[in-house]
Design a protein. Structure first.
Length: 48
């Protein structure tokens, strides 16, 4: 059991890192689009 636990910890850390990196990439892709859409709406509201 003692020999297996470090491997499990490494695997869980890798899984968490992969999840975080995928979430960050998703945020980088999604956030700019929604940000520019909101910015465009605000610009239209300010313009009118």
């Amino acid at each position: 059991m003692k020999k297996n636990t470090p491997n499990i910890l490494k695997l869980s850390c890798l899984a968490i890192l992969l999840l975080c990196s995928s979430l960050l990439v998703g945020c980088k892709v999604v956030l700019p689009n929604s940000y520019f859409k909101a910015r465009g709406k605000n610009a239209k509201n300010l313009g009118s």
